[in-house]
Write a protein that binds this ligand. Structure first.
Ligand code: GLA
Length: 385
C-alpha cells in the first residue's frame, strides 16, 4: 500500500503546494456472478488492498490540471471545455467531472494527482477505482454532499460515456461500498445489498494474473450486452411485463429465443444460470461448504468460456491446470474477461507451492510471466486523514 504522506509529497512536487484531500479507492474481486450486473442480476464482489490514490486541491482559476504518476503526464483543460478524449487515462477523471457538471453540481478549477498500485488490465477494476476516487475527492473538495452509491453511479456513467464501455454497476459499487473481511451481495436490479462475512477457514483467495489483456475486450463486452438485450426484446414480444433477463425464465428463452437467435439464447441462458450460482454461493459461504463453493467456480468458468465466450487460452489453461490439485477447491476467470486474472480458492498451506509450480509452467507455455496476487478483502473508498 502507498501511504498518504507519499502521495501528498508527490502531489506537492508536481503542483508546488499542499493537497487538501487524499482519497484511496480500491480495486475489486468478484467471488461469483459475472456478466450478471448489466442484466439486473446478482454479484458477490469485495474490495482488495490495492487501490488508486487521488490528491486534490482547488485552484483560483477555472482550469482542471491532472497528473498521472504512471504515465508521468500532465494534462490541462478548462472546466467548461471538459469532454471525452478519443482515449487515455484522463477519460476516467474527466468523465466524472463531466457527469457532475451534467447533474448541475458547481465545481471550480482544481489540481488532481493520480497514482495507484492496481495492475492495469488485470480485471481488477482500476478504472472504476479512478472514477470513485475522483468522485469522492471532488465531493469533499467542493462540498457536494453526494452519497456513496450516487458516486458509484456517476462513475458508471463516466465509464459509459467517456471510456465507451457499457459496464454494469458492480465495479464502482464494490470500490465505493466494500467492508473489510466481507463480500457484498448486490442485487443490481434495485441496488439493495447485504454484507456477508468472507470466512474461508484454512482456505484463501489467490489471484493469478495472466498478464494478457486482449484488445477486443471492450467491443466484445458491449456485444455480449447486446445479445442479452436481443433476448429481452424477443421475450417481450410475448411477455410484455419483462424488463430485463432478471424476469426471464429458461422456459421463456426456449420458447421465444432459442430457435430465432441461438447466439442470444446461449448467452442469456448462461446469465440465468450464473444468477442461480450467486444464490448458491451465498448459501455455501454461510454453511462453510467450501468444496461446493469451489465446484461452483469451476462450473462458472466452463460457462464463461464455452457459452458466454469471454475467456481466452491463457485463462483456460490456468483453470485447467489447477484442477489437478486437491488443495485447490475451485477457480475461474474473473471480471469482464479476455485476459486479466483467475480467482482461485486455495488451501493456505498450498498457496506458495502452487505459485512456485505454476510460474515456470506458464512461462514455458506462453512466454509470459504469471503474477500471483494474494487477496485481502478490504474497505471501500476512504478519505485518508
Ligand atoms: C466488467 C464490468 C462489470 C461487470 C464485469 C463482468 O468488470 O465493468 O460491470 O459486467 O465486467 O461481470
Amino acid at each position: 500500500m502507498m501511504t498518504k504522506d507519499q502521495i501528498g509529497f508527490r502531489y506537492q512536487k508536481v503542483f508546488g503546494e499542499k493537497a487538501t484531500y487524499i482519497v484511496r479507492s480500491p480495486g475489486r474481486i468478484n467471488i461469483i456472478g459475472e456478466h450478471t450486473d448489466y442484466n439486473e442480476g446478482f454479484v458477490l464482489p469485495t474490495a482488495i488492498d490495492k487501490g488508486v490514490y487521488v490528491a486534490v486541491a482547488k485552484r483560483d482559476d477555472d482550469l482542471v490540471r491532472l497528473y498521472a504518476e504512471s504515465f508521468e503526464e500532465l494534462f490541462e483543460v478548462k472546466l467548461s471545455d471538459v469532454e471525452a478524449l478519443p482515449e487515455g487515462w484522463q477519460n476516467y477523471v474527466l468523465g466524472v467531472v463531466g457527469e457532475l457538471r451534467e447533474r448541475g453540481y458547481e465545481l471550480g478549477g482544481f489540481n488532481l494527482y493520480l497514482d495507484g498500485d492496481i495492475p492495469v488490465g488485470a480485471g481488477l477494476s482500476s478504472s472504476a477505482a479512478v472514477e470513485c476516487a475522483t468522485g469522492f475527492a471532488l465531493n469533499v473538495l467542493f462540498d457536494l454532499a453526494i452519497d456513496r452509491i450516487a458516486i458509484a453511479l456517476i462513475g458508471q456513467q463516466a465509464e459509459h460515456k467517456y471510456a465507451g464501455v457499457q459496464c454494469g454497476i458492480m465495479d464502482q459499487f464494490a470500490s465505493a461500498m466494500s467492508r473489510a473481511g466481507q463480500v457484498i451481495k448486490l442485487d443490481c436490479r434495485d441496488l439493495s445489498f447485504s454484507y456477508k462475512p468472507l470466512e474461508l477457514g484454512d482456505y484463501t483467495i489467490l489471484l493469478l494474473n495472466t498478464n494478457v489483456n486482449h484488445s477486443l475486450a471492450s467491443s466484445a463486452y458491449n456485444e455480449r450486452r447486446k445479445s442479452c438485450e436481443r433476448s429481452v426484446g424477443l421475450v417481450q414480444g410475448k411477455f410484455q411485463d419483462v424488463i430485463s433477463l432478471r424476469d426471464v425464465t429458461l422456459t421463456m428463452l426456449e420458447e421465444c429465443v432459442e430457435r430465432i437467435d441461438n447466439e442470444a439464447y446461449i448467452k442469456s441462458k448462461f446469465v440465468l444460470e450464473e444468477n442461480q450460482r450467486v444464490e448458491k454461493a451465498c448459501e455455501f459461504l454461510e454453511n462453510g461448504n467450501l468444496d461446493m463453493l469451489g465446484s461452483l467456480l469451476y462450473e462458472a468458468h466452463t460457462g464463461l468460456s464455452n457459452e458466454y465466450e469471454v475467456s481466452c487460452v491463457e485463462l483456460d489453461f490456468l483453470v485447467e491446470y489447477v484442477k489437478q490439485f486437491p488443495e485447490v477447491l475451485g477457480a475461474r476467470m474473473m471480471g469482464g474477461g479476455f485476459g486479466g486474472c483467475t480467482i482461485n480458492l486455495v488451501h493456505k498451506s498450498f498457496e506458495d507451492l502452487l505459485i512456485e509450480r505454476l510460474v515456470p509452467v506458464y512461462k514455458e507455455r506462453f512466454g509470459l510471466s504469471l503474477t500471483a496476487i494474494k487477496v485481502v478483502p478490504s474497505n471501500g473508498t476512504e478519505v485518508l486523514l
